[in-house]
Design a protein around this ligand. Structure first.
Ligand SMILES: [Zn+2]
Ligand SMILES: [Zn+2]
Ligand SMILES: [Zn+2]
Length: 316
């Protein structure tokens, strides 16, 4: 899985940091790990093997996430954090806003699992050949479990359900043809529909983990639908000549592409003079759609003939 929003930052601890990549574990992971390991005691001759299997599975998850992070950096994006949580791992990646860069950052994760298929299946073959199931039954069970988990991880991540890798890959492929906003809308609406089906299935089967996962799919798809509406508006918006972002100096988009923080109405702040026409709330700060920086409304305004340094910024 790969994320663009800085979620999961709270409640996690750093495991290690390698080449500027902060690898963290969320507190919920520890609790679920404890329950999972203790509930499956007896599968091996010692619970230490259960723990080793659990940690190794997350080792595969970590390699998958490193695939996303390194590919994102390769195409010039920003990626500096991986958080492990009970549903797997989340790499916080920000590729440059081009479909090709997004596609490579997404595909590189499952590609790690593809590479691991011959490795893990090879170990199972060695195990069969050397008769480990009789000679060393714990080792035989362990290598078989890793091969199965790696294969399930590969297939599952490629399901075209946003925000799973497959759903995001589908979005990026559509992006090449119909633009970022519309592709995100199609992928997230599909994610929402499939997530709804998944939650009904999970409830009927009383599979609680699947319920949690379906809930996550629904939540992220719903947020993605909101984001896609903004993107579609921005893509059709004209650029203003009288306002630029003070941080990245890109021109401000024209039209009703800003949201009132109080009543959530879509407004054109530059037309309404930094006031919401619906609830009369003053809009003091604007967040740039392009760079995400927040700046005071007055700092966005370009004065026709004077140079920008002559204008005091941040004061109305
Ligand atoms: Zn992934
Ligand atoms: Zn308002
Ligand atoms: Zn900006």
């Amino acid at each position: 899985m790969s994320e663009r929003a800085p979620a999961f930052a709270n409640g996690s601890w750093r495991l290690f940091c390698v080449r500027g990549i902060d690898v963290r574990v969320h507190w919920t992971w520890l609790i679920v790990a404890y329950y999972d390991i203790s509930s499956r005691a007896g599968e091996y001759s010692s619970i230490v093997w259960n723990a080793a299997e659990y940690v190794s599975v997350f080792g595969i998850v970590l390699l998958h996430e490193f695939g996303h992070v390194l590919a994102c950096r390769q195409v010039g994006g920003k990626a500096d954090r991986i958080v492990l949580w009970p549903l797997g791992g989340v790499a916080l990646v920000q590729p440059p806003p081009r479909p090709g860069a997004f596609l490579w950052s997404l595909v590189a994760g499952p590609l790690v699992n593809v590479v691991l298929v011959p490795v893990t299946v090879g170990l199972v073959a060695v195990s069969q050949f050397a008769d480990w199931s009789n000679v060393a039954p714990n080792v035989a069970r362990f290598v078989f479990a890793l091969a199965v988990v790696n294969f399930i991880m590969l297939v599952f991540n490629l399901l075209p359900i946003y925000p799973l890798d497959g759903g995001q890959i589908l979005q990026t492929l559509l992006w090449f043809f119909i633009g970022r906003g519309r592709s995100l809308m199609i992928a997230t609406v599909l994610g929402f529909v499939l997530g709804s089906g998944l939650i009904i299935f999970a409830l009927a089967m009383q599979e609680w983990w699947l319920c949690v996962l379906a809930g996550f799919v629904l939540f992220r798809s719903f947020r993605g639908i909101q984001d896609s509406r903004v993107l579609v508006r921005l893509e059709s918006a004209l650029q203003r000549t009288d306002a630029v972002c003070p941080a990245c100096h890109r021109p401000a988009p024209g039209g009703e592409v800003w949201r009132c923080g109080f009543c959530r109405e879509w407004i054109d702040v530059f037309k309404t003079g930094a006031k919401c026409p619906c609830c009369n709330t003053n809009i003091d700060n604007l967040i740039c759609h392009a760079c995400g920086q927040r700046a005071p409304f007055s700092a966005w305004l370009v004065q026709a003939e004077s140079d920008p340094s002559a204008r005091p910024s941040g004061t109305p």
